[in-house]
Write a new protein. Structure first.
Ligand SMILES: [Zn+2]
Length: 430
């Protein structure tokens, strides 16, 4: 039994529903027994009730739940920073040529290693990951995640039109390869399988039918794809699926929405679609860095919240600008301040979006995302670099919410000192 002593922040309740449920323990204790949280309270209380626990004094830093990235592409690690494009040009000129290189499994394995290292080094303990268009490369990702000890849901990316031909599969091979990967990795330790058509644009009706059949065959699989990211993309989808009233209906028609589904972006979504997303409990992964970088637009967060659509956050690497979920939450805050319908995120809401909201979107809300007793001990230990601007700000800040706001504003990967999943060390700063 281990008792960690530090300032602790977490959001065991949804701060969008009840604003005063943010938990901040200035001199907090996190009690861990066999990889699970068995207490989270004031240090002195836990010390008294558990005198035998081994104490680690981590004062001067902050423990927060492991960060959850609800939308990120593993093959795109090496193309981060492709500025100056919009979605379809970026795919054609920069992204798809790189994704094609993952046909080489040696190359793919190297990328998978870099990818899981980057997740862990940024404090991300759980991620919903777009795999590769190639089964061996997707296998390499699952193996790298398993070796690293991260919670990763991923899947073979499916397309049978309008990509480069080498990225296409037939619906038959998509079924066979998806089935084989799901059988091997879904529910295997911390891994899970997500049926992953690239987007409706690159999938025929037969391919989307395969996706629906995979979900019907195993109702515990997750589903992920993209929606309403860019006006040109939406126009093309509506042209290709002439019978559908809108982009969302394409997914609905094949049974691809629901509580196990996470759709990324939702920048150009109508109120009528928001009603349908909320009714089906389909989650949206909000990716503000990518939305701005690719000029996709400012996501209407207030309308999503008003309609009760479940929201999480994703970095969308490599359309996004890096692996930092704290930076992603800051970018959400900044963009919503100046959105057409502005909304001011509180630091507690930012923490919730970067942790528990993602866990809930992935169906892992009872396992991770906060420090409720019984959950896995998934956490990040952040410590400001001595003498840094953040260090100076924190020393002159009293209120916990102000400290958390300063962390979101100034804490980068250099502050991530230790990351653990179910108590197991997955990253330790040198
Ligand atoms: Zn994406």
């Amino acid at each position: 039994m281990e008792l960690l002593r530090s300032t602790i922040f977490h959001t065991p309740n949804n701060p969008f529903r009840s604003p005063d449920t943010f938990v901040a323990l200035e001199d907090g204790g996190l009690l861990i027994t066999e990889g699970r949280v068995t207490g989270c309270a004031d240090y002195s209380t836990l010390r008294t009730t558990h005198p035998d626990a081994v104490v680690r004094d981590l004062r001067g830093g902050f423990i927060v739940p492991g960060l959850v990235d609800a939308h990120v592409h593993f093959p795109q690690v090496r193309i981060i920073g492709g500025l100056g494009y919009s979605l379809l040009d970026w795919l054609e000129q920069l992204t798809l040529p790189e994704e094609a290189r993952l046909a080489d499994v040696t190359y793919a394995s190297a990328i998978a290693g870099e990818f899981v290292n980057a997740l862990a080094a940024h404090g991300t303990t759980t991620a919903l990951v777009f795999g590769s268009h190639f089964a061996p490369a997707t296998t390499a990702l699952f193996e790298a995640a398993e070796k690293r000890g991260l919670r990763v849901f991923s899947g073979l990316v499916l397309s049978d039109r309008l990509m480069r031909p080498e990225l296409h599969q037939s619906p038959d091979s998509a079924w066979r390869e998806s089935k084989a990967l799901a059988e091997r990795f879904h529910g295997n330790g911390r891994l899970g399988y997500a049926v992953t058509p690239r987007f409706a644009l690159s999938c025929s009706e037969a391919m989307l039918e395969v996706c629906g059949a995979l979900l019907r065959d195993d109702a515990t699989l997750r589903f992920t794809s993209h929606i309403n990211e860019n006006p040109r993309e939406i126009e093309e989808v509506e042209r290709l699926f002439a019978g559908a009233s809108d982009y969302l209906e394409v997914y609905e028609r094949f049974g691809l929405t629901g509580p196990n589904s996470v759709l990324a972006h939702s920048v150009h979504t109508t109120n009528e679609q928001l009603v349908r997303l909320a009714t089906s409990r389909t989650s949206i992964a909000h990716c503000p860095c990518s939305n701005a970088s690719l000029g996709s637009g400012v996501m209407p967060m207030k309308r999503h919240l008003d309609h009760g659509v479940p929201l999480a956050l994703g970095t969308d690497v490599g359309g996004g600008t890096g692996f930092g979920m704290m930076k992603e939450a800051l970018q959400a805050y900044l963009q919503q301040r100046v959105a057409a319908e502005p909304f001011t995120l509180t630091p507690a809401q930012m923490l919730y979006l970067a942790t528990r909201a993602g866990a809930e979107a992935l169906g892992l809300g009872n396992q991770t995302g906060d420090f409720t007793s019984g959950k896995a001990a998934d956490f990040v230990y952040l410590k400001p670099v001595a003498g840094s601007v953040l260090d100076g700000v924190l020393k002159h800040t009293e209120a916990p919410e102000r400290k958390l706001a300063a962390l979101f504003t100034l804490a980068g990967a250099e502050c991530v000192r230790e990351v653990r999943v179910a108590g197991d060390l997955v990253f330790h700063a040198a």
